[in-house]
Design a protein around this ligand. Structure first.
Ligand SMILES: [Zn+2]
Length: 410
């Protein structure tokens, strides 16, 4: 046990405890009576169901994270990292292949272990509340497509990063930073046309009133749209959503078919206006700049710690290696990551208010935005009264009642 052991152990435990504490507070904050704002939207039965959904998913989340922590600790303190390293080294591969095999096996094991939990979540919990539309066949093909994509896209990137540290000396972190930045920009650019269609079908919005209204709104907001697509979200879940993807000329907005089905045209325009608001208020660029800067800091710190013997001792490693250095540094870096994500959530909630305001101001229709938010909450069985501490740590969006209150003040 050395200083690195204590830091990493403390980070794992603190992260776990924050999760548990905010979960407990959240369950205690559930209220019997429906908030006044939602009278006429929820009936008593649906409100009860939404609370039950929060209860069941929270408890399941606690079980999943407890299990995850236990597995990590057992693997770590039984010398699992060194055991796997000995096996992989026994194959006498080139150091880069060694690294790919080591990381690949760990990712594969992690995926296998999480499968029963994902199955239970999808086919028992989501099923029980009427959300699940995933067939076992879709589930299995999703799993394989996901693994294959990780292999095809993640494999070469990881090989490149390992090679930079292996061969380019003290400037490796700059090469890694540049490569990762280029990689993530390319992925974001090709995601709407190459990656997402592997999982969903995107159909352009049909000619008609919806399309006309969308186009005239986009024109009035001076937003050039490459495409507005309906995504078959109903293939997996009855929950509804909308999102923005790509950038530059490749930007698109996707509305879930489940969303289009349940909302009026003016509500859909409000939702679309909110998404366009994220673009217009530069939230997309802001997110990209922060993540690029973050990667630079991370690779620089990685270069300082990658051959730190103490870090390898903390994981009972007999031999040092670049690939294991990546992994252990990732765990040592977790506290900074937690702090960063805490501030990112605050920023994201602020951005949501800005996008709401943009939507209301440009559509001049606050009622439709409010109605859309209410319907979304109802259809997704959202928790209407989350505990403030849970919101502080875990919510990327402000609670719906606060959003409505803010919209009314515009
Ligand atoms: Zn938003």
């Amino acid at each position: 046990m050395n200083i690195y052991t204590y830091i990493i152990l403390a980070a794992l435990i603190i992260d776990f405890l924050i999760g548990i504490i905010t979960d407990i507070l959240n369950l205690k904050a559930l209220r019997e009576d429906l908030p006044r704002e939602f009278e006429g939207v929820y009936d008593a039965e649906i409100y009860k169901k939404s609370q039950e959904y929060t209860r069941v998913s929270t408890k399941f989340g606690v079980i999943t994270s407890s299990f995850g922590l236990a597995v990590t600790l057992v693997f770590w303190f039984s010398g699992g990292f060194n055991f796997l390293d000995r096996i992989v080294r026994g194959w006498e591969l080139h150091p880069i292949w060694n690294g790919l095999a080591y990381m690949g096996i760990l990712v594969f094991l992690k995926t296998i272990i999480s499968i029963p939990f994902t199955i239970y979540k999808t086919f028992v919990i989501e099923e029980q509340f009427g959300f699940n539309k995933t067939t076992p066949k879709t589930f299995v093909t999703d799993l394989f497509k996901g693994l294959l994509l990780a292999l095809i896209l993640g494999g070469p990137l990881l090989a490149g990063l390992l090679a930079f540290f292996q061969y380019t000396g003290s400037l490796a972190w700059i090469y890694c930073w540049t490569a990762t930045t280029a990689f993530s920009l390319i992925i974001q650019f090709i995601a709407p046309t190459w990656i997402m269609p592997l999982f969903n079908k995107f159909t352009p919005v049909e000619e008609g009133e919806l399309k006309d209204k969308i186009l005239s709104y986009a024109e009035s907001a001076k937003f050039s749209l490459r495409g507005i697509f309906i995504m078959d979200g109903s293939r997996r879940s009855a929950k509804s959503n909308a999102f923005f993807t790509g950038f530059g000329k490749n930007k698109r907005i996707a509305l879930f078919d489940t969303l289009v089905e349940k909302h009026t045209i003016s509500e859909l325009i409000s939702i679309l206006a909110h998404e366009i608001g994220h673009y217009k208020k530069k939230h997309i660029i802001q997110g990209m700049v922060i993540s690029i800067a973050h990667m630079g800091v991370m690779f620089f710190l990685l270069s300082l710690f990658i051959s730190n013997r103490g870090l390898f001792d903390a994981f009972f490693m007999k031999q040092t290696s670049i690939y294991a250095g990546f992994l252990f540094f990732g765990m040592l870096y977790a506290p900074i990551e937690m702090l960063l994500s805490f501030f990112m959530q605050i920023l994201s909630r602020r951005n949501e208010y800005q996008a709401d305001r943009f939507a209301v101001e440009t559509t001049e229709d606050s009622e439709s935005m409010i109605n859309a938010l209410k319907k979304l909450s109802k259809d997704n069985l959202s928790n209407l009264t989350p505990h403030p501490l849970n919101v502080l740590f875990n919510y990327s969006h402000p609670p719906v009642l606060e959003r409505i209150k803010a919209i009314r003040l515009i």
